[in-house]
Design a protein around this ligand. Structure first.
Ligand code: HEC
Length: 127
């Protein structure tokens, strides 16, 4: 009986650990989306350090852009481009794209709100 209850507490503890790692898997999911050439394809155009590829390196992105701005950018890039808020103006200046009608950033598929949240968790780890 003693052995059984010991086994049960090990199982229960394992369950707690499992649900914890499950709940915090967002950044890991975001990293997979970042690399998947058929979903986010972010890695093709963005370095995770500060090197410029087709787009800017994303190191420190969560320090320079707000979560709201990044969310909107990933939801509807053209709308953010046209709204031309201060941060977007800064991005255009850095990329030599002032006056250009269209952004070059685009993803293979339209991302779901959940995928966007996972991506934001992941790129927030690029420090
Ligand atoms: C086809 C290339 C391409 C792909 C794929 C791409 N981007 Fe971009 N991204 C760009 C370019 C280029 C810019 C700069 C603005 C512009 O010209 O569109 C940019 C800008 C950004 C910015 C603003 C960076 C800054 O320094 O302010 C973020 C954030 C971003 N992209 C995130 C992502 C994420 C996350 C993905 C994947 C879901 C992704 N991008 C996929 C090309 C790309």
């Amino acid at each position: 009986m003693k052995i059984y209850s010991g086994l049960l507490s090990v199982l229960a503890f394992g369950g707690v650990l499992f649900s914890y790692s499950f709940a915090s898997a967002d950044a890991a999911k975001g990293e997979a989306i970042f690399k998947d050439t058929k979903v986010g394809n972010c890695k093709t155009c963005h370095d995770t350090g500060d090197k410029k590829k087709l787009g800017p390196g994303l190191k420190g992105i969560s320090d320079r852009a707000s979560k709201e701005w990044i969310t909107k950018w990933l939801e509807d890039t053209q709308a953010v481009w046209d709204a031309n808020e201060a941060y977007t103006q800064d991005l255009k200046k850095r990329m030599n794209k002032e006056g250009k009608p269209k952004p070059a950033h685009k993803t293979p598929v339209k991302l779901t709100p959940e995928q966007i949240a996972d991506l934001i968790d992941y790129i927030g780890t690029l420090k």
